[in-house]
Write a protein that binds this ligand. Structure first.
Ligand code: PAF
Length: 303
């Protein structure tokens, strides 16, 4: 199936329908078939559009899923109020080049409460894994189910959720899931704010103050060049973000990537650390935002 910029994607809501559509595509395309998959929770923005666009470039068929997965939200989190807008999402999906949009209901995905758990240890110990207990178990089960349903050749994930990428890559490797994970760069608004479906929650004042995260993270390469160690880097980022009177920091951490372990505590962050991530989660009012900068050493260039 070849998408044009204006083609309307097929919308399917059941597992039987999506399997039949992909089977039909594979039968028709034969040996050249390749299925790209972009799993999302909807309320699509340009970040999602870039994943869809990349998949459409790389593959003969691009499947987008939109499913707000209850299992990855904690009891006091925003599952109920998570933004949903089907018509708007279908418009973004069409413009970005999706061929099929899979929008299952909760009962289609979880007809009974799942007795099977997927827990990826190690890479989930810190960052959102620590501050949102159970979150990555919910991601692991839904991504595995979606991979089993869609059976894609490639799956596209944004690096704003860099820990999610590390978790999914580890899960896929450990379970020999036959899919290539394609990490894609963070997409930012013109003023630097990382795109997120949750940005819609921000008041004008919070939106303005939230820029402190990307502005502070942008200083990280220079701080690394100046010889800071991981603790100093974390402290400098904390201090920068705290310059906003309404920023309520959940975490700021400097870790190796993708292992997500602390680098040597006292030495300057160096080439022996490989890739380094400085990641932050910060609340503005009721809205929790995450962002990060991933650095490849020794050049201290953002990836
Ligand atoms: O990144 C997201 O939107 C979600 O965590 C995902 C991967 C779609 C699983 O629900």
């Amino acid at each position: 199936m070849t998408a044009t910029l204006t083609s309307t994607p097929a919308v399917v809501r059941t597992i039987a329908e999506i399997r039949a559509a992909i089977r039909a595509y594979r039968a028709e395309a034969g040996a050249t078939a390749s299925v790209g998959f972009v799993p999302t929770m909807g309320f699509l923005h340009e970040g999602h559009a870039s994943l869809i666009g990349r998949s459409a470039q790389d593959n003969g068929l691009t499947v987008l899923s939109i499913f707000v997965n209850p299992l990855q939200f904690g009891p006091n989190e925003d599952f109920e109020r998570y933004p949903r807008d089907e018509a708007r999402d279908l418009d973004v999906a069409a413009r970005a080049g999706a061929d099929i949009v899979f929008m299952p209901s909760v009962s289609e995905m979880y007809p009974t409460s799942a007795a099977t758990q997927i827990t990826v240890s190690g890479v989930t110990e810190r960052l959102c894994g620590a501050s949102r207990p159970g979150h990555f178990d919910g991601v692991g089960i839904v991504v595995t189910k979606l991979f089993n349903i869609v059976q894609p050749d490639r799956a596209y994930f944004g690096l704003k959720d860099a820990q999610q990428v590390a978790v999914v890559e580890r899960m896929v490797a450990d379970l020999n899931q036959p899919v290539q994970i394609v990490p894609c760069p963070i997409v930012r608004e013109a003023d630097g704010l990382a795109m997120s479906s949750r940005n819609v929650y921000l008041s004008a004042d919070e939106r303005r103050e939230a820029l402190v995260i990307s502005r502070t993270l942008a200083k990280v390469p220079a701080w690394i060049d100046s010889g800071m160690n991981a603790a100093q880097l974390t402290a400098a980022v904390r201090e920068g973000i705290s310059s906003s009177p309404i920023a309520d920091i959940d975490y700021v951490e400097t870790l190796t990537y993708p292992a997500l372990q602390p680098p040597a505590p006292d030495a300057p962050v160096s080439v022996s650390d490989g890739r380094i991530i400085v990641a932050a989660a910060v609340r503005f009012g009721r809205t929790r935002l995450i962002d990060n900068i991933l650095i490849s050493l020794p050049e201290a260039q953002p990836l």
